[in-house]
Design a protein around this ligand. Structure first.
Ligand code: URP
Ligand code: ZN
Ligand code: ZN
Length: 490
């Protein structure tokens, strides 16, 4: 019998820190050895001239998520995970979204029922907390953290999701107590509402006004406020989907002051602008997401933030809605921008876009690419070193990239159920040609090789960012242990 199940021979292995010309041996779904002359294997893969990278970890995507207004995503757990794996991603962490009045426990059970029979790669969930009652915060949430759902998202905007600052503090204090990571959607709700009301009143209802109503200053203000709330509680947070330089500057300043503030950005803030929302007719609706894409200067700023480490992670925020009555146009053929489902697809192109424009154009190096798309994501969400790296003992989640392969994007070549891509026609150089998920070949020669329902739920550890209680006291009064008495309820 062969020593290994698979050996990937002759490639260049790249991790967040290292680059090695070596073979990779896989046994029982895990990486068993790295080196040369490793012995024999049941299957050999020739990776000569290829890059052998950790499979991507997608930390922000919406799959089969019922929105607060009742619209459902275009992708289910099958199409979304198939699309992800064709793009070199081998783990996804979508949301289990609590609606007001719902129990968190039931919410997670409902998502398990959706994911288990369909996911083709491994997955976890973040909780969306929209109703932080005493029961939810005191009992359900700690139990779910113990069960491996160790991160949650909170919203500072959207009528049906928004928490006020008091509620945010409750959630942040709970995260501190239980070592969970809080993701924050930071936009000033009343600025959006106030601007939207006036724009619609005056008849400015076309998609392009979505970008006007979601002002950069509102994103910066909420980012600043979220940072101050997290500083009061002394707990790390991740500001998600940062689009504006002003918000990015708030994050960078906080990091410079030693606060544990992490930043995430997405392809739409590098490759789209507000001008895309002003396309012919209702076409602009396809590009409505929150925060919206900004301008060329903001794109350059976001690239700087990726290069200089302000952003820890690069996610798609895949929020797929069809351009029809089930999705973008659910409120009619020409709804006002306030009634267009928010979100753009991007789960399949997240890695190729960043590889091509980032690594290929020397804006970031290959190690930064791996860190932003896999390793840091796994670390932040309690999956490292099982996921997000190539190391002995890690899951054999591996993407073999042809750095020279050139592709012109069309929606037809993608595997999601959205019906369009915001990146239609874009030229990409560098593509994942073979993808392994837990040692199984998942994609090869353009074909899917894994079964519906073969992905596994991941019980996640606590975030590497979560600090054990009591290491540093919150700043209220350094003489007294207010951390334990007031914040932690000790
Ligand atoms: O527009 C967006 N980003 N829609 C998805 C929901 C969210 O806020 O992440
Ligand atoms: Zn959001
Ligand atoms: Zn999102």
């Amino acid at each position: 019998m062969a020593t290994f199940d698979t050996i990937i021979r002759g490639g260049t292995v790249v991790t967040a820190t290292d680059r090695m010309d070596c073979d990779v041996a896989v046994r029982d779904g895990r990486i068993a050895a790295l080196g040369h002359d490793l012995g024999d294997a049941a299957r050999e893969i020739d990776a000569g001239g290829m890059l052998v990278l950790p499979g991507g970890v997608e930390g922000h995507c919406h799959i089969e998520q019922k929105s607060s207004t009742g619209i459902v995503n275009a992708d289910d757990f099958y199409s979304a995970t198939v699309s992800a794996v064709f793009g070199g991603t081998t783990t996804v962490i979508p949301f289990a979204a609590q609606h007001r009045g719902d129990s968190l426990r039931h919410t997670v059970e409902a998502y398990h029922a959706l994911a288990r029979p369909k996911a083709v790669i491994d997955y976890g969930y973040h909780l969306i907390i929209s109703d932080p009652t005493d029961q939810v915060m005191g009992q359900e949430l700690p139990a779910l953290v113990k069960d491996g759902v160790t991160s949650f998202k909170v919203y500072m905007t959207y009528d049906q999701l928004k928490l006020d600052d008091y509620q945010m503090l409750d959630v942040l204090a709970a995260a501190r107590r239980h070592g969970a990571l809080v993701m924050v959607h930071a936009e000033n709700h009343d600025m959006i509402r106030w601007l939207s009301d006036r724009l619609v009143d005056k008849g400015y209802t076309q998609p392009k006004y979505h970008a006007v109503s979601h002002a950069r200053i509102g994103e910066a203000e909420a980012t600043h406020r979220a940072i101050q709330l997290s500083a009061l509680i002394d707990v790390p947070i991740l500001i998600v989907h940062v689009s504006a330089e002003e918000a990015m500057d708030e994050i960078r300043r906080a990091q410079g002051a030693g606060l544990s503030i992490y930043g995430e950005t997405c392809p739409q803030y590098l490759f789209l602008t507000a001008a895309d929302l002003d396309r012919e007719g209702m076409e602009g609706a396809k590009f409505c997401c929150s925060p919206p894409p900004r301008d060329a200067a903001a794109q350059e700023a976001i690239w700087r933030g990726l290069a200089n480490g302000t952003f820890a992670v690069f996610s798609s925020d895949h929020a797929p809605y069809r351009f029809d009555e089930t999705g973008k146009l659910s409120a009619g053929p020409a709804p006002p921008f306030t009634r267009i489902a928010n979100g753009v697809p991007g789960i399949e192109l997240r890695l190729p876009l960043l590889f091509s424009e980032g690594v290929g154009k020397n804006r970031i190096d290959i190690h930064q690419f791996v860190a932003l798309t896999a390793t840091n994501v796994a670390r932040l969400y309690g999956l490292h070193p099982q996921k997000g790296t190539i190391a002995v003992g890690a899951d054999a989640d591996i993407a073999i990239w042809d750095p020279e392969k050139e592709v012109t994007v069309t929606h037809d070549m993608l595997h999601d159920a959205v019906g369009y891509t915001p990146y239609e026609g874009r030229r990409i150089k560098g593509w994942p040609v073979v993808v392994f998920s837990r040692g199984r070949i998942a994609v090869e020669d353009g074909d899917l090789k894994v079964e519906r329902g073969s992905g596994a739920f991941l019980t996640r550890a606590l975030s590497d960012a979560a600090r054990p209680l009591g290491r540093r006291q919150p700043e209220m009064d350094p003489e007294r242990n207010f951390g334990a008495e007031i914040i932690d309820g000790g």
